[in-house]
Design a protein around this ligand. Structure first.
Ligand SMILES: Nc1nc2c(ncn2[C@@H]2O[C@H](COP(=O)(O)OP(=O)(O)O)[C@@H](O)[C@H]2O)c(=O)[nH]1
Ligand SMILES: [Mg+2]
Ligand SMILES: [Zn+2]
Length: 295
């Protein structure tokens, strides 16, 4: 059976791309699972459409989960790029949540700071400093104001890789796609038309090739807001935040939750200023959420 890649998905319906580069509509046989962009599937032709018989095991899967539902972004990723800007002001909580989800899924992350032509970039730069300090790459660009430089800064990181693009709306994701993806509209025209017709008017997650050789790809995805982390264990949370992780292993109690315990190495690091207080507050906030959520 031929193997193909899912380039757009809606539940058990999907667009796949064959190894020859042909895109066609498919549906998944049975009720096994939902399809996700980036999935590799085994399929067979059925009329002018296709039937997916099997989803290959996923190398990784990025998803968010709240009390009520799980929403997958994409599978089999090399990395994520979270695009933020000085305006609209980004939520540190959302950014941290996306980074925690990526870390938990074993997916490398980069941050892109867009609109550095604007005075508001200065404050954003400052807010990103704790991330930069943990070794997270922050690439500064002005996708619209200086596209040549933006391309030069982003392409080396994107080339030959599958990258999921995330970020709040209004930060420049579409601008990035249009700048870096050749024939972006043509690549997904038919697909977004089909997926957005009828009742499914939400914009969808879509796969774009970065080059004609089809070696690198960008996946554009909505849904950065409300980044639920119910799938994370409260006890593993600290290890998923690099600046906290660095101070683990020095607590008096082996099962320390780093909240109010005496002799806690993390709290001591916050005292000393080695962990930024606002970062610790986010930890405490998410930790509360994870210990209170009904499982
Ligand atoms: N000042 C400035 N504005 C930009 C830049 N890049 C994008 N924008 C603007 O930001 C707005 C939102 O961009 P868009 O790509 O639609 O963001 P999306 O919602 O993330 O897809 C648009 O008005 C863009 O023209 C930039 O480098 N500098
Ligand atoms: Mg957009
Ligand atoms: Zn502790």
């Amino acid at each position: 059976m031929a193997v193909a890649r899912v380039v757009a998905a809606h539940g058990r319906h999907a667009f796949i791309e064959t190894e020859q580069g042909v895109r066609l509509q498919c549906h998944l046989r049975g009720r096994k699972t939902d399809l996700v962009v980036g999935d590799l599937v085994r399929w067979q032709p059925a009329g002018d459409e296709g039937v997916i018989e099997q989803v290959e095991p996923r190398r990784n899967l990025l998803f968010r989960q709240d009390e009520w539902r799980t929403k997958s972004f994409a599978a089999n990723l090399d990395q994520i790029l979270i695009l933020v800007a000085g305006e609209p002001v980004f939520s540190e909580s959302q950014l941290v949540r996306a980074l925690i989800a990526a870390s938990s899924a074993g997916i490398a992350a980069h941050i892109g700071l867009n609109k550095i032509d604007r005075p508001s970039a200065e404050l954003a730069r400052e807010r990103l400093l704790p991330h930069r300090t943990t070794g997270l790459p922050v690439l500064e660009v002005a996708l619209k104001a200086d596209p040549v430089q933006a391309r030069a800064r982003l392409m080396p990181m994107l080339q030959g890789k599958v990258t999921l693009l995330l970020g709040p709306s209004g930060t420049g994701k579409s601008t990035l796609i249009n700048l870096l993806v050749p024939h972006a509209k043509a690549q997904v025209g038919e697909i977004s038309q089909a997926l957005n017709s009828g009742r499914h008017t939400t914009t969808s997650t879509l796969w774009y090739w970065l080059d004609d050789e089809r070696s690198g790809a960008l996946i554009d995805s909505p849904g950065f807001q409300e980044f639920g982390l119910s799938h994370i264990e409260a006890t593993e949370l600290a290890a998923l935040m690099p600046d906290l992780r660095e101070h683990l292993g020095h607590c008096r109690f082996y099962n320390c939750q780093h909240r109010h315990e005496p002799g806690c190495g993390v709290l001591a690091a916050v005292e000393r200023g080695d962990i930024v207080a606002s970062r610790y507050h986010l930890y405490a906030q998410i930790h509360d959420e994870l210990t209170q959520t009904r499982r």
